[in-house]
Design a protein. Structure first.
Length: 122
């Protein structure tokens, strides 16, 4: 299935995507080492990929799977509400969104990877 260029990788978000890729958080960089180059069950993931008006941390087109890593900032009521609306919009577009706290990537990596693979072929 060819990606809709109006929905994915909007040109006006290119600079932001590029900046985010250059400045990954430590948890994003750590998880990326397990997702890049089809290391996780042969699935191709992209990092800092734009869908609609959002830039998601990781995206697997084959599975329509979005992975978001959340720091403390995401625990504020305002940001939690924004994340909820964002997730709903992405869900309504047919994407599955998985959210993990940054520390989970470091402290429970096998569980994080298992939860991701559990969403393959759904």
């Amino acid at each position: 299935m060819k990606r809709n260029q109006k929905t994915h990788d909007k040109p006006e978000l290119k600079k932001y995507r590029k900046d985010l890729r250059k400045n990954l958080t430590s948890s994003e960089a750590f998880l990326w080492t397990y997702l890049q180059k089809k290391k996780l069950e042969g699935r191709k993931f992209r990092r800092q990929h734009s869908i609609h008006n959002f830039i998601v941390d990781f995206y697997c087109a084959e599975e329509k799977l979005v992975i978001e890593l959340d720091g403390e900032y995401h625990n504020t009521p305002h940001q939690m509400e924004k994340d909820k609306k964002r997730d709903k919009t992405l869900n309504d577009m047919g994407f599955t969104v998985l959210r993990f706290e940054n520390q989970m990537v470091f402290n429970a990596l096998p569980s994080v990877l298992k939860e991701i693979t559990d969403h393959f072929n759904r």
